[in-house]
Structure formats: C-alpha cells, structure tokens
Design a protein around this ligand. Structure first.
Ligand SMILES: Nc1ncnc2c1ncn2[C@@H]1O[C@H](COP(=O)(O)OP(=O)(O)O)[C@@H](O)[C@H]1O
Ligand SMILES: [Mg+2]
Length: 269
C-alpha cells in the first residue's frame, strides 16, 4: 500500500505530466515559434514583434502574437486592442487584429498602471496556464514578445515556452550591444537557437553597424537594419502597413528569419 505521501507525490507527477501533454497538444498545431528578445527595454522589441507578425500575416501565413513581457506587456496597446479575448468553455480564444491572433499578459492585468511583479514560479505557472487553455488553432508562426535582459523573467519564459529560435533586437551603438551579447549567451546556454540579430534605429542620429558587428562577433546571422523613422509616431496602424519603406525592411526581415529557420530545419512554410 502506498503511503499518503507517496500517493500525493504520484498525483503531483500525474498532474504535471497532464499539463505538459496539454501544452504539447496545444502547440502541436503551431509550426514555428519565434521569440523576439533584447538586452534591454526601449530598443524596439515590441515594435519588431508586432510588425514582423503583421508582415508575415500579410504574406498569407496564419500568425499568432503572444505577449509575455510580464513587466511591460504593451502589444495590445501598440495594436489598439481594448477588448479582452473571448473565454469560452474554459478556453481563451485570441483577439484578432490586422490578421494576427493576439494574446497578452496585459489582458489579465487589473489596470494599466499596475506593474506586475512576479517571481519565477508565478511566471512559470501563469505562462503554463496560458499555454494550456489558449486555442490558437493552426498557425504557421507564433511570434513571442519576451521580457528583456537576463533576469529571472526572460529565463523562466525561455524555460517554459518551447521556442524554435530567437530574433535578437539590437541598436547601432556598441554599448547597448554588451547587453545583447549577454542575452545571446543566455539563449545558447539554454541550448536554444539564435535566428539572428536585427539592428533597429539605424540612421544619421545613432549611426549604423553595431548590429552587424555583434552578429559577426557571436557568429549569428545578421537579419538586417531597420531605420529610425518618424513614421513610427503614427500609432493608428502597424508601421509596416502604413510606410512602404518600412514594409520593405520587414519583408526582408521576414525572409531572413525564414532562411534561418530553414537552416535549423524548423521552417514553417
Ligand atoms: N525604427 C524606429 N524608428 C522610430 N521609432 C521607433 C523605431 N522602433 C521603435 N520605435 C519607437 O520606440 C519606442 C520604443 O519601442 P518599443 O518597441 O516599445 O521598445 P521595447 O519593446 O524594446 O521596449 C516606441 O515608441 C516605438 O514606436
Ligand atoms: Mg516592449
């Protein structure tokens, strides 16, 4: 006869096994899971995640966008989504905007100003639950906006979500890329893939080249430059839909990301 302690332990194992299987089942219909990541906030991580997702959708792919930047979940704000996703029969059905299915941690914040201060296990549990009950349907790509840096939050997200690879957003300036380098080391320490480095804010003001140099230094593909442009100030729609030069940059980025995925044997379509 098993002791009550043994029984409890057995139940625990069964429960976590069931959870894992549920997540695997949910994510089985997603062909490629792409994380967008950076050394620090403010480098344009959310901008890249949103515009990359919208560009892929525009090309006819089925695309989801998951915002798990716990400390600063603002994907919905950038996309102008105010209504919460449908919650039907214990399932979250993503909201849809610009052809992209969207789920964000922000949906579960009580109010906008409230900073979420969560520790590892809470983040792990929240993301696990998210993944278990969100019905994405069939997806070619799931783009994930991660928390920046190398603290507990991004680490937990990376360990919880089975990503195919990461797009690292950096800037033209050398100094900022020290952080990006640390991020790349963390990704690789976890035995995960770096799809490449993209440089944002390229142009006269901040210069050009930091991203390319970083990519070379860490032996990762360089995915391209995204110029600093005034057109990003218009928040009525994703800039890739409003500015043809930006659209061209994102079309190239999408192409480079697909090539990296292919190289790793993880391409979606
Ligand atoms: N290439 C760019 N040119 C001009 N403004 C940009 C560009 N990329 C991002 N921004 C702006 O910079 C701000 C920070 O970008 P965001 O994507 O929120 O950064 P992060 O998610 O890394 O904190 C936003 O107001 C965004 O519109
Ligand atoms: Mg952000």
């Amino acid at each position: 006869m098993p002791t009550p302690q043994e029984n409890a332990r057995l139940e625990q194992i069964k429960k976590s096994w069931k959870e894992k299987r549920q997540i695997t089942d949910r994510l089985a219909k997603i062909k490629s899971k792409i994380g967008v990541y950076s050394g620090k906030g403010g480098v344009g991580k959310t901008t890249v995640a949103v515009n990359l997702a919208v560009t892929l959708a525009q090309q006819g792919h089925a695309v989801g966008l998951l915002d798990v930047d716990i400390d600063c979940p603002n994907v919905t704000k950038v996309l102008g989504i105010s209504e919460k996703p449908d919650y039907v029969d214990g399932q979250i059905l993503p909201s849809e905007k610009w052809g992209v299915r969207v789920v964000s941690m922000a949906f579960f914040q009580e109010n906008e100003e409230e900073a979420i201060i969560w520790r590892g296990p809470m983040i792990h549990n929240a993301i696990n639950q998210f993944l278990q009950i969100t019905e994405w349907g069939e997806l070619d790509y799931l783009v994930v906006d991660l928390p920046p840096g190398t603290s507990d939050s991004p680490l937990t997200v990376m360990q919880t979500l089975p990503m195919d690879g990461f797009v690292v957003v950096s800037t033209p300036q050398e100094l900022a890329n020290m952080d990006a380098k640390r991020c790349i080391n963390m990704i690789r320490k976890l035995n995960l893939n770096v799809l490449g480095v993209v440089e944002n804010y390229t142009g006269e003001i901040f210069g050009e080249g930091g991203g390319k140099r970083l990519a070379k230094e860490v032996d990762a593909p360089f995915l391209g430059n995204l110029a600093l442009r005034a057109s990003y100030q218009d928040s009525s729609m994703p800039t890739t839909l409003a500015d043809s030069s930006v659209n061209e940059e994102y079309t190239n980025l999408a192409k480079a990301v697909k090539e990296s995925l292919k190289e790793l044997g993880r391409e979606a379509a």
